[in-house]
Write a protein that binds this ligand. Sequence first.
Ligand code: ASP
Length: 366
Amino acid sequence: MLTQRLRHTSSLPGILACVLVAAMSGAPSAQAPAANAPLPTIVVLATGGTIAGAAASDVQAGYTSGQVGVEQLLAAVPQAKKLATLRGEQVANIGSQDMNDEVWLKLARRINELTAQPDVAGVVITHGTDTIEETAYFLNLVVKSRKPVVLTAAMRPSTALSADGPLNFYNAVAVAAHKDAAGRGVLVVANDWIHGAASLTKTSTTAVQTFLSPLSGLVGTVAYGTVEFYRSPAAKHTTDSEFSLDGVTQLPRVDIVMAYENMDGALIDAAVAAGAKGIVIAGVGNGNLTDPAVKTLAKVARAGIVCVRSSRVTTGVIGRNVELDDDKLGFVAAMEHNPQKARVILRLALLKPRSNADLQRLFAEY
Ligand code: ASP
């Protein structure tokens, strides 16, 4: 029981405890496949990011994302070929600050095609760190397979002193090739940690240790290809997801508006004028906003725009009817979803008309 509880926390003492418990129980499963065992086939879909970035020197801060192609990326980590038979495809080569619906739809469809092929054991996606949490969560909702789908990234470009990309890539392949990786939803591997798509968030602009899963903790760890899983994400995903991209060519517009001291309703009205079908508020505290902004948001909700209260705070649940009466005002509470993830699920939810009660259910279940 204690072991279970320790394994559900991502606090530093919790992580240390997990490592100790694992070491004492001899739990980690070494990755080297048995001699003569056929290697699983993993397809690597490259989208760009700093992992494929390059700078003019190995110690300069300035660089350009998405410079290195997938074949170069594979060639840079020959060790990964001992874990799996790798095939590369270039889906895009962009900084993930430029991630867009066209790439999302292409990526999701390609993953669904690949994972339906019996010879493909899993997929690794290389991506920028800026929006990896959004892409991972989107895929978590629309990929229709239990096979491992693992995203990875890097904070330092491929040319940097102590680049983190090669080991992150190696570890991502190890996770995708692992016999116990299936059925845990879309995963993100960075800096030795395995995160669930719904829980991770980027927390540092520059540090290699940027990703945390602050509320529900890690799915597992991976050190030099040795994988240990602690848990499976509790939220629904992939084959349990009711979302589908069948026939979808466009996703509805949803904007995020941040709350702040002395906020008025101007940016909420501006989002509606720009064509938003939904608005996510990155509220203060437990999804709060000033009284004038609440009044504008309630007016917009009455006009049929879906209004979701999330928070600009890094961690915590935004519950219904805490300081604001969501029932009366017609709002939806984002629960565990930060604004960027709330926006992702709301865009998929708005592909068909739904009541506020149904929308609230989605935020609780996914
Ligand atoms: N701007 C880069 C990107 O998201 C940052 C990175 O990958 O670390 O593509």
